[in-house]
Write a protein that binds this ligand. Structure first.
Ligand SMILES: [Zn+2]
Length: 225
């Protein structure tokens, strides 16, 4: 079941608490993974818990779904990727600046599947679906749009079969390193192998080969699916 419990997740760039639902927090982790970086949050959701949002936000951040990211410290390529990944993950996302909304530069997002949304945020989500920019002037969307539009965050398998097999291999290598004076994967300096160690490597190599075979099997299964 989707968990819309609101909790605090750290502090924003202005020193205020960052509030959001557990659902949105989980969703963000997937976004960060695909992005390869985590942008600075300048405003979270449920700003009424901090005594109200910024006046320029017109109440959008009073409830769920809305987060603002800092963009001035991101390259143009990173900014484009940010918009793209957020939208591919099912959120409306726009760069705001003086030209777009008369605001300081930042990225404003609305995750339409979060709950509850403030009335303004729900209206922006509807605007996004219809191809508008989410501003009072009702202009056309000026950011990249997925085709078809992603309105529900894609369901991601927590762990792929490849990752599972790789984790098994990783555990074997680690156990091997701790069990032996001399690790197979990363022999320590000044570590001299004794005959007994050499012998005990043999079954370990067999275990790693088994892990690799598992990995190949997982790939083959996935290719056949
Ligand atoms: Zn915002």
């Amino acid at each position: 079941m989707t968990d819309f419990t609101v909790s605090r997740y750290g502090t924003d760039s202005g020193g205020r608490a960052i509030w959001m639902t557990a659902y949105m927090h989980d969703w963000l982790q997937g976004v960060y993974t695909d992005l390869g970086f985590a942008p600075t949050i300048v405003q979270g959701a449920f700003m009424t818990r901090n005594g109200g949002g910024a006046s320029a936000s017109a109440g959008y951040h009073d409830r769920g779904g809305c987060i603002d990211f800092r963009i001035w410290d991101l390259s143009a390529t990173q900014q484009d990727k940010l918009i793209r990944v957020l939208r591919e993950h099912g959120a409306a996302a726009w760069r705001r600046d003086q030209r777009h909304g008369g605001m300081d530069p930042h990225c404003h997002i609305v995750l339409g599947t979060d709950s509850p949304l403030a009335a303004g945020a729900a209206a922006q989500w509807r605007q996004y679906r219809l191809g508008f920019d989410g501003l009072a002037s009702n202009g056309p969307d000026y950011e990249w749009r997925p085709s078809p539009l992603v309105l529900t965050p894609p369901v991601e398998a927590d762990v792929t079969p490849e990752q599972q097999a790789a984790a098994v291999v990783g555990r074997m290598v680690r156990r091997d390193q701790s069990g032996l004076g001399c690790g197979v994967a990363a022999p320590r300096r000044g570590c001299r192998m004794k005959r007994a160690d050499e012998l005990s490597i043999l079954p370990s190599v067999g275990m790693i080969a088994l892990g690799v075979a598992l990995l190949l099997l997982a790939r083959a299964l996935r290719a056949g699916a």
